[in-house]
Ligand binder design. Structure first.
Ligand code: RIB
Length: 300
């Protein structure tokens, strides 16, 4: 079984339940405040572990406020010895969830953005050809991680989220798996017309398997050598909170791929897992166990 290294963010999520997202100049009262462990990196590591991967999380938390983040990963079976504790604050997110279960997220990087190249080199030296590296865009040093992992012949799975200017400078063509939603895909191929986004991404990144997630419309997968994409329908459950649905999808998908399943099989597990995640509150807390995903697949 390949090892999976997830070098990624860890956040304390402050989740405010609101009737609607606060507008410019407006002050509104939240109905509820809850604290959850989150961060795209942490969520993906939990999903990877629940889906049966051997996961090592690397990154950084604050020395004073990071213990809960580490404990949450450990409870899920994720190795945490590659997470540094730094004399600063952990990353955090301010999340509004509206009456339709949609979210709006503001992140503060904190320790997530204090990764240094020496630490990246040290961590990667413990992994070898065929091991997986999972990345998002909530930490610094993403470029170095892609370059060095590619040189080590690791398999790189990147979800360039949140998408911003810095992503355009990344060597994404060296990623084996590129996992994007429509907004991220459109930012990478700004000229693509509706309906041709997947083929344009496939042309732009000919050596990468592209996985385009489409929310309620499911997902599409197109890899080098394939003429037609695999189409995966969404598992539709009542929506409570969409936070971490994409992270759950990615974690389950890569776990299954790293354990030797086909892309079609991995897509089914990922889709069922994400369907369950949107029907629950929170980020990490909404990620289903493997038994729950299997039960969902048996029902269909
Ligand atoms: O994808 C959801 C995550 O985005 C949240 O947990 C939040 O921390 C932000 O990173």
């Amino acid at each position: 079984m390949a090892k999976v290294l997830n070098f990624g963010s860890l956040n304390v999520d402050h989740v405010y339940t609101v009737e609607h997202f606060v507008r410019p100049g407006e002050t509104i009262s939240a109905k509820k405040l809850e604290l959850f462990c989150g961060g795209k990196g942490l969520n993906q590591s939990i999903a990877l572990a629940r889906a049966g991967a051997e996961v090592y999380h690397a990154g950084a938390v604050g020395a004073q406020d990071g213990d809960a983040l580490l404990a949450t990963l450990e409870r899920a079976g994720v190795h945490t010895e590659l997470i540094q504790k730094l004399q600063t604050e952990s990353g955090h997110a301010i999340i509004q969830v509206d009456a339709n279960g949609q979210n709006s997220i503001l992140i503060y990087g904190g320790a997530n953005r204090m990764i240094c190249r020496e630490w990246v080199e040290d961590v990667l030296s413990r992994f070898s050809e065929g091991d997986f590296l999972v990345l998002q865009n909530e930490i610094n040093c993403v470029r170095e991680l892609i370059e060095l992992a590619h040189a080590r012949k690791m398999k790189i799975a990147c979800n360039p989220s949140p998408i911003d200017e810095s992503v355009q400078q990344l060597p994404l063509e060296d990623c084996d798996y590129l996992i994007v939603n429509e907004v991220e895909g459109q930012a990478l191929c700004p000229d693509a017309a509706a309906g041709e986004l997947l083929s344009r991404l496939h042309t732009k990144f000919p050596h990468s398997a592209v996985l385009l997630t489409l929310g309620a419309d499911g997902a599409r997968y197109l890899a080098p050598g394939m003429n037609e994409p695999i189409k995966q329908a969404a598992y539709r459950l009542p929506v409570k909170d969409t936070t971490a649905a994409g992270d759950t999808f990615m974690g389950y998908f890569i776990a299954k791929i790293s354990n030797g399943y086909t892309a079609s099989e991995a897509l089914q597990f990922a889709s069922a897992a994400a369907g369950i995640a949107v029907s629950r509150d929170g980020a990490e807390a909404s990620i289903p166990t493997y038994a729950e995903v299997e039960a969902m697949l048996c029902e269909k």
